[in-house]
Design a protein around this ligand. Sequence first.
Ligand code: AMP
Ligand code: ZN
Length: 464
Amino acid sequence: MSIAIYNTLTRSVQEFTPINDGEIRMYCCGPTVYDYFHIGNARSFVMSDVVRRYFEFRGYKVTYVMNITDIDDKIIKRGNEEGVPSSAVAERYAAAFLQDAERFGIRPATLYPRATETISEIIKHIQGLIDNGAAYVMDGDVYFRVSAYGEYGKLSRKNVEDLEVGARVEADKRKESPVDFALWKNAKPGEPTWEAPWGTGRPGWHIECSAMAMKYLGTTFDIHAGGNDLIFPHHENEIAQSEALTHEPFAHYWMHFGFLNIDNEKMSKSLGNFFTAREILDKYAAEVIRFYYLHTHYRSPLNFTHEGLDAAKAGLQKLQGLYETLPEAPEGTTPVDVAAFERRFIEAMDDDFNTSAAFGTLFDMARELNGVLHSASGLEAESRQAAFDFLHRAAAGVFGVLRTEAAVGGDRLLGDVMQLLMDIRAEARKEKQWALSDRIRDGLKDLGIALEDGKDGTKWKLGE
Ligand code: AMP
Ligand code: ZN
């Protein structure tokens, strides 16, 4: 049995066949770092994380690339508003993105390339397009010549003539066609710039993703993902400018995540219904938010409400409770066919990542197990182990919705306790209580925890 994926390119659910057996190369459009990311972005990042985790569950080796767009109009605007270089804005929010993604339980990507670190590849790509006639230079700007790529519109199912009519009104009259799009923008005062053979300037957004994807995943790779809003023009343009250069298919499967709305309205700052990921993470556990996201199919829109999150919290507690009870349950005699539940789980997830059906299976299993656990005969030991193991691999491993030992008793608590100890040590040092501060440092060292004092305070490391 194999995994079936809805491919936006073909508008159909297709059996997934990787380019290389057992391996997947996947690219997901990451954040533009001009602000904290919001709960809509988080939905796309979490869904993509679950797709990646499920492939790993099914035994694939996944190379997962998520870019960080660190040069863009919005970043430059924010830098100018704050009177700081745009690179400082990008640095700040890229760091915040990585922190919040970790809090969300999103597994780190294999690579997080940044646009500003890919400039030489971007320039080479654009030069190739100029050389083969698919791009032209106009007053230091470079445009992609849409007419040079015969398949333009194949992803979004848009027709070039219609697009031309629509774009004509506001089009820059210097362009050969109103639908031609910028690959490179001529230097403007107050903007960061790089040298290129046709003049200084900066890359356009679309070309950044093509260059980063191709640099790390090759000319053709398996899956390209992102939110629905990116189908046009971003992904359409990525395909055009990549395939016009390589004459090879860019990505085989295009996955798009449905949008998150709030109380049935588009989330926006002006409507006052805008939540950053960190705001929601301060109110709800990451596991609860993930469970809430995963209840809806990834392609459907999701209406975000606080009531929905509260209900998710209560529902998830049933799985968490079972996960915590199983290891301590007294040994009984009644078996449960856990393998049958696992087969149903796989069947659901193989069917274009039907996460709600997969959760249905987990809850059915929980109901049956709870019944047996509370019966006089009790749960047979092997089933108990199998159930725990399956919950661990599926609910914790694929979905990331359970607090496992490490998260409950380990990582988070350890982080808090370490902060407390480091604060006490800092106070001791201030009071010149050297014996106490040394005792803390040496005692931790004996436990395998190293403290490092630096400019920005003290950091700790395990296993030294
Ligand atoms: P951005 O930082 O705007 O480039 O977006 C980063 C990712 O989040 C992209 O894959 C977007 O498609 C996705 N995204 C943006 N807004 C939403 C939303 N309201 N719901 C779901 N995904 C979104
Ligand atoms: Zn992109």
